[in-house]
Write a new protein. Structure first.
Length: 135
């Protein structure tokens, strides 16, 4: 196994573990970690990639988003809470040091995230997500 492939498999497994923990702990976002899992597995092992795409975890948390159908409100909110907490911490630490230009840039990036999640990514109901899964 090549070093790059081994690193991607390791990163994919780590993201899978963090995403799965996020299913049970609302502070960890499931979807971004599962997106990273798909990316790392796709670039390291066709077998792992195919396996992950067939799991219930992928179908429940990511399949509708990947198919372009959107995310549930709960998923959107959990992602935005984590993004807000992480960016808020960075903002606070930079503001404490008087770094106002980076604070402004971070604020613009945060607003772009809010805009995308509110207006660009379609919100689907959990019920329609289940119906789309049956297709």
């Amino acid at each position: 196994m090549k070093i790059k492939q081994a690193l991607f498999v390791t990163a994919g497994c780590l993201c899978l573990a963090l995403g799965t923990i996020g299913v049970f702990l609302p502070i960890l976002p499931t979807v971004p970690f599962y997106l990273l899992t798909v990316f790392f597995f796709a670039h390291s092992s066709e077998r792992l990639h195919t396996w992950f795409l067939g799991t219930k975890l992928y179908e429940k948390h990511l399949a509708s988003f990947v198919r372009g159908k959107g995310m549930t409100l709960q998923t959107k909110i959990s992602i935005m809470i984590l993004v807000t907490l992480l960016m808020g911490f960075g903002f606070f630490m930079m503001a404490k040091k008087g770094l106002w230009l980076p604070c402004s840039i971070l604020a613009v990036i945060w607003l772009a995230h809010v805009y995308c999640f509110a207006f660009r990514i379609k919100t689907i109901s959990a019920k329609s997500k289940e119906e789309n899964h049956d297709e």
